[in-house]
Design a protein around this ligand. Structure first.
Ligand SMILES: NC(=O)c1ccc[n+]([C@@H]2O[C@H](COP(=O)([O-])OP(=O)(O)OC[C@H]3O[C@@H](n4cnc5c(N)ncnc54)[C@H](OP(=O)(O)O)[C@@H]3O)[C@@H](O)[C@H]2O)c1
Length: 263
């Protein structure tokens, strides 16, 4: 971790801020990217080592490329790029509008594509480095019907991540492309969701952002393809896909949650 240059999008709050503080405490140089510059500066001031703050909207490709260029100008290299910025939604499938879907795919899928396309040529030219895309358990299983469009977007992100990994592996086997799948995390994610929603910090069983940051840091120190922030999550997903009757499985906890939390 020492001296590695790690770019983290969505670093002004939640998981991204926790990761910035953690990897910085381990000696990394951290590039913090998000829209709210003041919040980024507050996070940077709580980091132990060298930081660079870049105010950028990751749904704008030119902003993402500007963030890459600023990181390269300052540090001369990028070792790890974490596409962590993302947003939820609270709407049933029957209620979704075109604008809802566009927003979910823009902030959760296109933003990560912009990040990967911006940094991978640099990593591939060097022959090492890593991209991490922060996905979700909802990118694997339909555990929350009211997050349907978010779940669809994270499924798409997982597909894009896996296909990118296969493409990059043939040209640059030393470059890693990783998906990380948190469950519920106690951040402002719930209250920031499109159309509002319950604060994730009040939801039972939530992991802390610091716990998730530990898993992300471990995925940087020991790169692998697919990582769950809870050890039991992978088995649960395997059970769902292996179920003889997937429809029946969906009617049982933990897969079925048609109601919005609190509704
Ligand atoms: N919390 C959970 O329960 C949970 C569960 C599974 C997966 N995840 C995933 O974990 C990641 C981080 O979420 P979190 O829980 O830390 O949420 P959060 O507390 O709401 O933080 C979201 C971060 O993303 C940034 N962001 C949002 N839109 C952006 C944009 N257009 N451009 C640049 N930055 C943007 C925000 O900063 P600005 O507002 O300053 O731009 C903020 O730093 C997301 O990908 C989320 O899908 C979260």
């Amino acid at each position: 971790m020492k001296d590695r240059v790690i770019v983290i999008t969505g670093a002004s709050a939640g998981i991204g801020a926790a990761l910035a503080r953690l990897v910085s405490s381990k000696g990394a140089r951290v590039v913090l990217v998000a829209r709210r510059e003041e919040a980024l500066r507050t996070v940077a001031s709580s980091c132990a080592g060298e930081t660079l703050v870049i105010a950028a909207d990751v749904t704008v490709r030119a902003d993402v490329e500007r963030a890459r260029d600023a990181a390269m100008a300052r540090f001369g290299r990028i070792d790890v790029w974490v596409n962590n910025a993302g947003r939820g939604i609270s709407r049933m499938p029957s209620e979704l509008t075109d604008a809802d879907l566009d927003e979910m795919f823009l902030v959760n899928v296109k933003s990560a594509l912009y990040g990967m396309q911006a940094v991978l040529p640099h990593l591939e030219a060097r022959g090492d480095g890593q991209v991490i895309n922060v996905s979700s358990l909802l990118g694997r299983v339909p555990m929350a019907t009211f997050r349907s469009a978010y779940s669809a977007a994270k499924h798409a992100l997982n597909a894009l991540t896996a296909s990118t990994r296969c493409e990059v592996r043939s040209r640059a086997p030393g470059v890693h492309v990783t998906s990380v799948h948190p469950g519920i995390v106690a951040t402002e994610f719930g209250s920031n969701a499109l159309h509002g929603g319950v604060d994730s910090r009040t939801m039972p069983g939530a992991q802390t952002a610091d716990e998730v940051a530990q898993v992300l840091a471990d995925a940087i120190e020991h790169p692998r393809a697919d990582v769950y922030t809870r050890p039991e999550a992978q088995g649960m997903i395997v059970r769902y896909y292996a179920a003889e009757d997937m429809g029946a499985a969906e009617t049982q906890p933990p897969f079925f949650s048609a109601r919005r939390p609190g509704a």
